[in-house]
Design a protein around this ligand. Structure first.
Ligand code: MGD
Ligand code: MGD
Ligand code: SF4
Ligand code: MO
Length: 739
């Protein structure tokens, strides 16, 4: 150590003075690590394999992990730089309590005292206002073991109905649409099926920036002759290399899918055998899409009729294909309808459940898949079971050794939790792995509710913007400080390995949760000694459910480089491709490949409805929001990684030159975008890659730069996902002295 030179890194914090800090060890080159730990990236749902270099209990760099089959050593900029967050000076090393007199508003406190205070407040609030008055918000960056524990903590220990998770902002429209159509919520195919597809259809997914390694699969397919169709209001990097780009007006995707199905029927580009033998509901959908002529579809979607016809022909006549979508079609008040529309054109083609014939929603968060299966959703029990189903309740209560009647009924979604704070029904909140002040829509409302809470405790490794409103902050664990499993976008359960110990007073998240249960005197069922013990129990709790993990062990995960669920017993090697006739399916029991008692998939009529807030004379432009490659989600982590901040230091407002000219705006000028709920002033980024009637703002920044000051809290009635992708705004140039 002594002869290792120090290296200083500069992080430009866009909201404060430039911050310089020094680490104790030189990063990466020239230092022999003590060990290399094979694990996975902490960021997106691709979950690329990576090897972390560890020296003196610190992650100092990485090596590619070429053998991991999904990414074979490749990583995106975030994966490459992830190791820089561990030694950041903002890393929480103690428990903190709010203290207005302390600098920064918080002062460090003894961990055990903090736990006691949390337990006392939970006890007080639940005694005074009822069990449901204490709520929990959890996250899908947590390992599956932790998400299982969070569900058990809520439903068995606190017995509150009100737990939900940040996947509510992410995967729920896809989940609901998949459950309605297929009876199961998982990507239908492993990504290898992309490679041999003739047509790849990508709707509302900025693949190259948000699922970067998936780009490689798409490009490999293209090298073999595949044609790529991209549907997006922006010409994203993947769209720049596609064969057909359909520049859709935000919020109109169902109209497009219905229009495509109309042309498939008109030209008889249908797989009649498949439709007759493996689906129900086609006739009603066929009748519904009669009205969706190419002319009408073009008017509603803003896409030229020629493009719609070309897409239908390529899709209709293909012999193999892969359709994928992400939040671009899901973040809508009709997100579930959009997903059903997409699935309808897949089912009509019959191209699913076979090699090179696939469909997938691209999961977002690191454990977006596993995190939505084992009981931290407001209506869910482990194994993708339903909290409202008496048989499911009885099964899980049996595993938990409790009376099923003591399990709460389903609670409310993450946004509704804040509405209930407003109504005085919820008084207390524990959040873990969630930064709602940045990530929820109309976040001025969220801020007001945080101020109203009687008691709020946050568990994180950084003091995120929401945690600044907490009474107590508990120092949780970074990805590399704990072990467990996550489930990737493909549906592959993989092993996260521990590289270093938690620093200072920080604890593994699951230890903190169990400490609270113990301090409450309600530790029954929450006395696990390791993630392995939790995993074994969750396997049993999921047994017989749709998301059956009961045949998976840590050993099998290591030996096979992951196991695709369902995996119902010790001999089973997992299910990479769903819906193959012979694959294990507890619901259909041999009657067919889909997860309904008759084994058949469902067509669903998906009527078009316009966005909740459409443009008008006062607010004439559409605002859509999303991501950039070098920042991640609410930015808590990536805004602390210097090289990523340098890549994209501040949010900018993307607009087309035609619009810019109309507004008298040049690239780099300061402009204010304003909705009925809030406004933000940022620099314009004038690009030819966006529709002239739409502006785009990435949402990774807090405070006055937060896009969610403007967004609308309208939600899909089924999935409760917020409508992040469309609201009405107006934009004006600001004078220099106005800023
Ligand atoms: N770099 C980076 N990668 C990430 C993340 C990150 O924060 N940063 N987050 C991860 C997570 S949690 C998620 S959910 C995924 C999200 O991954 P994506 O869904 O791919 O990303 P978004 O930017 O939210 O939206 C995708 C696209 O939808 C388009 N769009 C907007 N409105 C519409 C519409 O009405 N119709 C259609 N067809 N398209 C529309 C936008 O222009 C955008 O290009 O990314 C994951 N990966
Ligand atoms: N306008 C707009 N808003 C959006 C979206 C959009 O497209 N547009 N996208 C939405 C989507 S898809 C998503 S997924 C949400 C995400 O929104 P959030 O979930 O609120 O965002 P994150 O940045 O993931 O916040 C997670 C917090 O968890 C912490 N964390 C990460 N890993 C761990 C861990 O292992 N343990 C603990 N204790 N803490 C951890 C991080 O430090 C961070 O503070 O944002 C949504 N908001
Ligand atoms: S693609 Fe996703 S998982 Fe892979 S390195 Fe990038 S952020 Fe990490
Ligand atoms: Mo997400």
């Amino acid at each position: 150590m002594a002869n290792v030179p120090l290296e200083s890194i500069t992080t430009k914090d866009p909201f404060g003075p430039t911050l310089a800090y020094t680490r104790g060890v030189r990063l990466d080159t020239g230092v022999e690590p003590d060990k290399l730990v094979k694990t996975h990236c902490c960021f997106c749902g691709q979950q690329c394999g990576i090897q972390l270099k560890v020296k003196d209990n610190e992650v100092i760099g990485f090596e590619p992990w070429y053998e991991f089959p999904f990414n074979r050593g490749k990583l995106c900029p975030k994966g490459v730089k992830r190791y820089l967050q561990g030694a950041h000076p903002d890393r929480l090393l103690h428990a903190y309590q709010r203290d207005a007199s302390a600098s920064g508003g918080f002062k460090a406190m003894d961990y055990d005292q903090a736990i006691r205070r949390v337990a006392n407040e939970i006890e007080r609030i639940q005694t005074e206002y009822g069990r449901d008055a204490f709520s929990l918000l959890s996250g899908a960056s947590l390992t599956t073991e932790k998400t299982y524990l969070m569900g058990k903590f809520a439903h068995m220990c606190l017995r509150t109905a009100n737990i939900d998770y940040n996947g509510r902002l992410c995967m729920v429209s896809a989940a609901a649409g998949n459950k309605k159509a297929f009876g199961i919520d998982r990507a239908a195919n492993p990504w290898n099926d992309i490679l041999g597809a003739e047509i790849i259809w990508i709707s509302g997914a900025n693949v190259a920036e948000c699922a970067p390694i998936t780009t490689d699969y798409v490009w490999q397919a293209r090298e073999h002759g595949a044609k790529i169709i991209v549907v997006d209001p922006r010409i994203t990097p993947i769209a720049r290399t596609c064969d057909l780009f359909l520049p859709i007006k935000p919020g109109r995707d169902i109209a497009l899918f219905n229009g495509i199905l109309h042309l498939m029927i008109e030209n008889d580009w249908l797989d009649h055998d498949f439709i007759d033998n493996h689906t129900v509901g086609f006739d009603a959908v066929a009748e519904h899409v009669q009205q969706w002529t190419p002319q009408k579809t073009a008017v509603v979607t803003g896409i030229a009729e020629k493009g719609i016809r070309q897409a239908a022909e390529w899709w209709g006549m293909a012999s193999t294909s892969f359709l994928m979508h992400a939040r671009g079609i899901e973040h809508h008040s009709h997100g579930v309808q959009n997903v059903m529309g997409a699935i309808n054109i897949v089912l009509a083609s019959g191209r699913i459940g076979r090699e090179n014939c696939g469909y997938a929603t691209i999961t977002g968060q690191g454990n977006g898949q596993g995190g939505r299966e084992h009981g931290q959703k407001c209506d869910q029990l482990p194994g993708a079971r339903d909290l409202g189903n008496p048989e499911h309740r009885a099964y899980v209560a049996g595993i938990w050794d409790m009376n099923p009647d003591d399990l709460p009924q389903p609670g409310v979604d993450a946004y509704e939790i804040f509405r209930k704070v407003d109504q005085g029904e919820i008084k207390g909140l524990l959040s873990i792995c969630f930064n709602p002040l940045v990530s929820l829509p109309d976040n001025n409302f969220v801020r007001a509710q945080l101020e109203k809470l009687d008691f709020y405790v946050a568990i994180d490794f950084f003091l995120n913007e929401t945690a600044r409103y907490a009474d107590i902050v508990l120092p949780g664990s970074l990805h590399e400080e704990d072990e467990g499993t996550v489930t990737t976008a493909e549906g592959r359960v993989i092993k996260i390995n521990k590289a270093v110990d938690c620093p200072g007073e920080a604890r593994e998240d699951w230890v903190i949760i169990q400490d609270i249960a113990k301090a409450l005197g309600r530790e029954k069922g929450l006395t696990f000694n390791s993630p392995a013990e939790m995993f074994a129990e969750l396997g049993q709790a999921s047994k017989g459910g749709v998301a059956d993990y009961s045949g998976i062990t840590y050993e099998k995960l290591e030996a096979q480089n992951g196991v695709f669920w369902p995996c119902p017993d010790a001999e089973h090697t997992g299910t990479p491709r769903l819906f193959e006739p012979e694959s294990w399916n507890p619901v259909a029991q041999g009657k067919g490949p889909f997860y309904f008692p008759d084994g058949k998939a469902r067509f669903n009529v998906a009527p078009y409805t316009p966005p909740t807030e459409d443009v008008d004379d006062e607010y004439p432009l559409i605002l859509t929001t999303g991501r950039v490659v070098s920042q991640f989600l609410s930015g808590t982590q990536t805004r602390r990684i210097g090289p990523l901040v340098d890549n994209y230091p501040e949010p900018r407002i993307e607009m087309h030159p035609t619009l810019a000219e109309k507004l008298g705006v040049n690239d780099g000028d300061w402009v204010t975008a304003e909705s009925r709920r809030g406004s933000t002033t940022l620099q314009a980024l004038v690009v030819r890659t966006i529709r002239p009637d739409t502006i785009f703002i990435p949402y990774h920044w807090p405070g006055r730069k937060s896009a969610n000051q403007l967004t609308i809290s309208a939600q899909d009635p089924i999935s409760k996902i917020p409508e992040y992708k469309v609201c009405a705004v107006r934009v004006r140039k600001v004078a220099d002295d106005e800023r």
